[in-house]
Design a protein. Structure first.
Lengths: 272, 272
DNA sequence: CGGCTATTTGAATCAGATCAACCCGGGTGG
DNA sequence: CCACCCGGGTTGATCTGATTCAAATAGCCG
């Protein structure tokens, strides 16, 4: 997975080849602009799978640009119940949460080995002075995360267990590919346990298992031991209640030749 | 409620006295800065209670600064199930959703008579060029909305019906006051039906009624016919599982003498 | 092999949904 | 002034999707 990490720990992420430039804060910027932004970085951080990036209750004074690996954000209630809020893929920004110095109210944990590059909150002001569309871009990024969160809220609030799970798996698949036609039979490595899926969908691990088993029996998909196979894309999309265009909004969109409207960088360009 | 609306329809919102300057895009800006921003406004819009601001499936080419009144955002599923995503109070920004021209994926409906001031998306670029912290500010605003959404997600995913309802009512109370010590017995007008509460918490209207009835019997609060009375603040906060500091994060925070960390404008100031 | 974590399966239970009345208050129109 | 209506709110009986508890299995690693 993490080919960037060959030289473990010490190596500094090279902005030229950074995965996060595909669809994140630096997407579509020229080399010189990226260079400029990079000047404000402090040291990268490398984490093993299963670690927390920032600890609950502590302060947070930087944003983290997820360069490689998968993470998730979560809250823990007093009695131990956990809710997973969203999954972060390369290009995600973490740590832009409570304005400055305020204590963190939700955690962020790695699902795989991970690399993040770090930009102190303090740098955001100066950065956005010299690169004025950066603030807007960050705003669009946040807005997209909020939309995703709205989507999850709708799932958990109003959809059946089967719908929720179908939808989540589909979302993660599509986002990890940055797009999908929706017609191909596909397979991928999904670094989640059934417990994770339960905590993300507001269900029990046990119940997730039963549903997964159902979906398997119906030949729609298989998921066990971290391997997901989508066997009947159309049935799955139908069950999940997904229209093709929604698929796009989950990623920066079409990537390739800027599939018209949905693209983040495009959005900023037009707005400017 | 809407004293700004005395001259109905035609009157243009006066930025000097605009409620949304307390905690929104324009919060804390000097008169001249607000003036500058205002130059990019197009005509205000005045809506009656129960109307939709933007219609689903259509495009959206402007952001709306909610100046007066209450609204909510929602999604409707194919079979009619509705999920309310959040409630918008004065100072909220609506319409900053899908990047540009893309079709709207969730609706926004008024709960009371409402006034919004309108800034075309096209203006955002130029605006943030000349007022570079505006983008960042918008980003913080979006980030706060996302945090709220995370909160709702946690409620709906992991809390009991009693907890969810207690929490929602508390949230709305606190946000509408922009803060609360948490000790006073209080009363307010809440422009919601039990159906609304159900759709926001992922419950049935019927069940909301039963819970509300319970809470009434226990003397914790009363809510009927749009009037909410908090009778036992401490019990309510306990039931809702709220710590004092979380209260702050729901608003721009402490308002008055910038309760240190949580304040939006403060955040931008420090970052700059 | 032994220990660990994840998955699987069954049986009992429960929180909340569904269905179906009925009530209440405040318009509206006759 | 009253009859009617209509959008909430209330209440009970019943049903069910999902939880809980508990025990067995399966893969993984040292």
């Amino acid at each position: 997975m993490a080919n960037i990490m060959k030289a473990p720990g010490s190596a500094r992420v090279d902005c030229e080849t950074c995965q996060a430039r595909v669809d994140g804060l630096c997407a579509g910027y020229s080399a010189s602009t990226v260079e400029f932004i990079s000047g404000y970085r402090t040291n990268d951080r490398h984490l093993k799978a299963g670690q927390d990036l920032l600890n609950l209750g502590g302060p947070c004074d930087a944003i983290f640009n997820l360069v490689d690996g998968w993470m998730f954000r979560y809250t823990i209630l007093a009695d131990g119940r956990r809710q997973i809020l969203d999954f972060a893929l390369p290009g995600a920004i973490l740590g832009f949460d409570s304005p400055l110095g305020a204590t963190i109210t939700f955690g962020a944990q790695t699902l795989t080995d991970v690399v993040v590059c770090v930009i102190p909150h303090k740098a955001l002001g100066p950065l956005s002075q010299r690169q004025p569309d950066l603030g807007l871009r960050l705003a669009w990024l946040m807005s997209r995360e909020r939309s995703l969160s709205f989507d999850h809220l709708t799932s958990v609030g109003r959809r059946s267990a089967h719908e929720r799970i179908a939808r989540l798996l589909l979302e993660l698949f599509v986002r990890s590919r940055s797009g999908w036609t929706g017609y191909q039979i596909e397979e991928m490595h999904l670094p989640l346990t059934q417990e994770h899926i339960g905590d993300a969908t507001g269900l029990t691990g046990v119940h997730v298992n039963r549903v997964l088993r159902d979906l398997g029996k119906e030949g729609i998909l298989k998921f066990s031991y971290r391997r997901l196979s989508i066997l009947e894309p159309d049935k799955l999309m139908d069950l999940a209640g997904i229209d093709q265009e929604l698929l796009q909004s989950w990623t920066g969109s079409g990537r390739s030749e800027a599939r018209a409207q949905g693209d983040l960088a495009e959005g900023c360009r037009q707005a400017a």
